[in-house]
Design a protein around this ligand. Structure first.
Ligand code: GS8
Length: 217
């Protein structure tokens, strides 16, 4: 059996896959993609629709889109299970995954890529998203309840870009949403999380470069 990940160190979506593979104790080959210089032929051939990472090649068959890849990993290697066993709880996990996919990264982008009023609007929107995510967590330790689970993987991976949002938005997640900040901290205590995440300072540098590339700075 072979597993190859078309990867990019700073991609929060690739983090999802690295983290899920780590949770399952699966070893794989990571192929780092040069997203700005030139993508590999393998990436273009494997994901011709979006030409994006992550792509997981399982015995050379491409599995696409980070959430879909994590569902696939969880179905193919069920232990330890990331999705809950009960179908209602699974439907909630899918709901929140969809919410996260529609709201977190793209709203964050308005903060780090926007100008003036757009940044302020993005920041307000992000605060509302955080409040909703805080409500979903409730008093539980993890989104999965007592165990770290699927929604935790989906969201904590994206949190590696939060320091960038804080820098350009001029706010602190810990002040706006202490519960989310505490949950992130707790997740980072897991070895699987810590080793799958990029260095947030490098992400800030990357975003600085993207802003120059797009003429924001
Ligand atoms: C998003 C992947 C993505 O944005 C998923 O897998 O969940 N919905 C997808 N990948 C980016 C890097 S992270 O921002 C990417 O590959 N960009 C390259 C490009 O747009 O050319």
């Amino acid at each position: 059996m072979s597993l190859k990940l078309l990867d990019f160190w700073g991609s929060p979506f690739a983090v999802r896959v690295r983290l899920a593979l780590a949770e399952k104790g699966l070893s794989y080959e990571s192929q780092e993609e040069d997203l700005f210089g030139g993508k590999s032929e393998l990436l273009l051939k494997s994901n011709p629709i979006y030409e994006k990472v992550p792509v997981l090649l399982h015995d050379a068959k491409p599995v696409l889109e980070s959430a879909n890849i994590v569902y696939y990993i969880d179905e193919t290697w069920p232990k330890p299970q990331l999705l809950p066993a009960c179908s209602y709880a699974r439907s909630r996990a899918r709901f929140w995954t969809d919410f996260i996919d529609k709201n977190v990264f793209d709203v964050g982008r308005k903060i780090w890529m926007g100008k003036g009023a757009e940044v302020e609007a993005g920041k307000d929107e992000f605060m509302q998203v955080l409040k909703k995510l805080e409500g979903a967590l409730g008093e539980r330790e993890y989104y999965g309840g007592e165990e770290f689970g699927f929604v935790d993987v989906m969201l904590v991976s994206l949190s590696c870009w939060f320091p960038t949002y804080e820098k350009y938005g001029g706010f602190k997640v810990a002040e706006e949403s202490p519960k989310i900040a505490a949950w992130i901290k707790k997740c980072y205590e897991r070895e699987t999380v810590a080793k799958s995440m990029p260095d947030p300072h490098r992400v800030i540098e990357l975003v600085g470069m993207l802003r120059k590339m797009h003429g924001v700075d």
